[in-house]
Every structure is written in structure tokens, then in C-alpha cells.
Design a protein around this ligand. Structure first.
Ligand code: KIV
Length: 276
């Protein structure tokens, strides 16, 4: 089976077909997402919150990302896997950024990387592209800027920031990124940005006019107990089902009803007798 390529993703915009993207962090989930035919899997640094239990994404390291990207890649055959560049992995120097992007490709097995930021990231984006690594940009409510923003706040609601986002998107397109994630921006602004670009936009909390959508998988499956943003639709509510199963397991083990005969292995009486 061939993997979805950057050309396929760009082609979807031309053909007016929506792009689907979800996050995954491990082999089993990635295999299901892949089997469901989702176009792109983002090994997001949201890993920090949903899998590692941090308050935000800032503590996630390159080693974390490489480790989880490898697991996701092993679970997939069809989807394009995008490795997220964590905080500080592309901020210190262009050389370090290229080396770290390269790790997600070479060690992690991803087909592309994603990084946050607008015009200020252009030199880094160009250097990573020069190393033949496809880049997805991410603008708007960029979670790695949480301390700068003073919280997770919708971006682009005033003229100045809305104009900056339009400009950032254009400059990132000119720099060569093949897609732009728009997070936490008003739908009408996301629509304007989407219409102004020849590359696809992939929205999260950015309305329905983006060329594609992405969600954090634990949020959309209803299996994350932390804060769930307004823009998330729970396509399932797995948490109560999981709790029910866990409680049933506990009570069956405690009552001695699990495991049953059907869950065990036998040994012949002959051999058993000789053991004593
Ligand atoms: O880390 C992540 O999951 C992301 C998405 C929210 C776009 O960056």
C-alpha cells in the first residue's frame, strides 16, 4: 500500500476534497486511525498532556517525540505521519532545527514535520526544506506560546493580529510549506486565509471552511479527563465504557470469577502427577 504524499494532500485542495487528520501517539491507536483511512496522522506534542500528564506541551522533548513517532509509524501503512517539533527543538539555531527535524524523519520514520510560528520561523522552515524534509506550519493559537499569550486564547480577533495571521500564512506558503495548521482562530478569518492560499489549511477550532480538519484523538474519542476545548466534538464517549470495563475486571478478579477455564492452559494428569 502506498503512503499518502505531500502531492496527494495538495491535490486534495485542487480537487476540493477535504483532508482528514488526527493525532496518535502509539502503535495500537495509529493502526486503527490508519485502517479508518485518515489521510494524515500527527504525532502531536499534545502527547505531553494526553499521554504524559503534563500541564502543557512545553516539557515534551525530542526524545519523547522520536520514541512515539516510531511507534506510530510502525502502526501505519497508508497515512502520512507528521512528527511535531517540540518546544526549543527549532528555536535555538537553524542547524539544531534541521538536525532535530532530521531525527523525526531518520529515527522516527515520519514523512514530514510540523512546527509552530509565522514569519519568525521562515529561516528555519527554509533550512528544513533544503534538507528535503516537508514542513507543515502551525499558526494561530500555537500552544507552545502559552506563556506569551497568557493562556490558551483564540487568536486573530483584532485587526492587527488578523492581518498578521494572513501575512504569516502567505509568507509560509512562499517559503514552501505544503500545508498550514490554523488553530483557534475565528472561522471567517480562517476562510479568508484558506481562500488566499494555494496550499491547504488544516483547521482545529478554525471553522468549517479550512481545507481539512485535525483533532486530538483522545479528545474526540472522549477518553481524556482534562480540559476539553469548545471546538472539540466527541465522536465517541469511551471514558465511561473504559471505566465500566476496569471495574468489571477488578470485581471479577476479586471474586475469583476471572480467569475462567476458557482463559487457561491444560497439562496432562500424567505429567502433573510426576511433579510431586
Ligand atoms: O500537538 C498537537 O496535537 C497539535 C494539534 C492540536 C494541531 O499541534
Amino acid at each position: 500500500m502506498t503512503r499518502i504524499s505531500t502531492a496527494t494532500i495538495r491535490g486534495k485542495k485542487i480537487k476540493n476534497e477535504k483532508i482528514t487528520m488526527l493525532t496518535s501517539y502509539d502503535y495500537s491507536m495509529a493502526a486503527m486511525v490508519d485502517e479508518a483511512g485518515i489521510d494524515m496522522i500527527l504525532v502531536g506534542d499534545s502527547l505531553g498532556m494526553v499521554s504524559l500528564g503534563y500541564e502543557n506541551t512545553l516539557a515534551v522533548t525530542m526524545d519523547d517525540m522520536v520514541h512515539h513517532t516510531r511507534a506510530v509509524v510502525r502502526g501505519t501503512q497508508h497515512a502520512m505521519v507528521v512528527g511535531d517539533m517540540p518546544f526549543l527543538s527549532y528555536h535555538v539555531s537553524v542547524e539544531e532545527a534541521v538536525r532535530n527535524a532530521g531525527r523525526l524523519i531518520q529515527e522516527g520514520g515520519a514523512q514530514a514535520v510540523k512546527l509552530e510560528g509565522g514569519v519568525e520561523r521562515i529561516p528555519v522552515v527554509k533550512a528544513i526544506l533544503a534538507a528535503e524534509i516537508p514542513v507543515v506550519a502551525h499558526i494561530g493559537l500555537t500552544p507552545q506560546s502559552v506563556n506569551q499569550f497568557g493562556g490558551f486564547r483564540v487568536q486573530g480577533k483584532d485587526l492587527e493580529t488578523a492581518q498578521k495571521l494572513i501575512r504569516d500564512a502567505k509568507l509560509l506558503e512562499e517559503a514552501g510549506v505544503f500545508a498550514i495548521t490554523l488553530e483557534g482562530v475565528p472561522g471567517a478569518l480562517a476562510q479568508k486565509i484558506t481562500e488566499s492560499l494555494s496550499i491547504p489549511t488544516i483547521g482545529i477550532g478554525a471553522g468549517k471552511y479550512c481545507d481539512g480538519q485535525v483533532l486530538v484523538i483522545n479528545d474526540m474519542l472522549g477518553m481524556f479527563k482534562g480540559h476539553i476545548p469548545k471546538f472539540v466534538k466527541k465522536f465517541a464517549n469511551l471514558e465511561p465504557l473504559i471505566m465500566e470495563a476496569l471495574k468489571a475486571y477488578k470485581s471479577e478478579v476479586e471474586a475469583g470469577t476471572f480467569p475462567g477455564e476458557e482463559h487457561g492452559y491444560t497439562i496432562s494428569d500424567d505429567i502433573l502427577e510426576k511433579l510431586y
